[in-house]
Design a protein around this ligand. Structure first.
Ligand code: PRP
Ligand code: 7HP
Length: 188
């Protein structure tokens, strides 16, 4: 039987509040604005998880930016464990050759998704390629990823909200919270 989604009851501790997210994004936007003051920047959002972060971050960056969107999905794992196999569902819509590019991610967990994306995007010969992630979960890292901007470092817990999903739901929460293990242990 499919378990009904309950946006309130299924989420335990709030790990990052809406206020903390917005304050951190304002700080990241200022830093990025200073770092790219002299050169136009292309933000590449990694959908779907980074959708709210991208929308809020781009409006806090006080210098000219272009945006592009990629959609990638890992496959072959479980609902809470990445396999490292990555499929590109939507590619960039314009060339990034010679551009300064900042990848915008919601979370780095094992690092396998970004490891794949970095190699893929480096092959398109950008002038520079950096990473900005809202959340970093270093305890689970399987590959080393050079991360330039980190919002919050979080413990090894499965989180949802502010773009992050479990089986495609919970992305519309305004905060990041820990999904109660009983929600996914029965299903995984
Ligand atoms: C999630 C998240 C990251 C990736 C991180 O994407 O948005 O892209 O997993 O995990 P990793 O560091 O272990 O590779 P997912 O494939 O679930 O797609 P989504 O963004 O559409 O939720
Ligand atoms: C991917 C992902 N998606 C949602 N919550 C988490 O904690 C996650 N780690 N990696």
């Amino acid at each position: 039987m499919t378990r009904p989604i309950d946006l309130v009851a299924d989420v335990g501790d709030v790990l990052v509040t809406e206020e903390a997210i917005q304050a951190k994004i304002a700080e990241l936007g200022r830093r990025i604005g200073e770092d790219y003051a002299d050169r136009p920047l292309t933000l590449v959002s990694v959908l779907k998880g980074s959708l709210p972060f991208m929308a809020d971050l781009m409006r806090e960056i006080p210098v000219p930016v272009r945006i592009d969107l990629m959609e990638v999905s890992s496959y072959g794992g479980t609902a809470t464990e990445s396999s490292g196999l990555v499929r590109i569902l939507k590619d960039l819509s314009a060339s990034i050759e010679g551009e300064d590019v900042l990848i915008v991610e919601d979370i780095i967990d094992t690092g396998l998704t970004l490891n794949y994306l970095l190699r893929y995007l480096r092959g398109k010969n950008p002038r520079s390629l950096r990473i900005c992630t809202l959340l970093d979960k270093p305890a689970r890292r399987l590959v080393d990823i050079p991360v330039d901007y980190i919002g919050f470092t979080i413990p090894d817990q499965f989180v949802v909200g502010y773009g992050l999903d479990y089986q495609e739901f919970y992305r519309n929460l305004r905060f990041v919270g820990v999904l109660r293990p009983e929600v996914y242990t029965a299903a995984d």
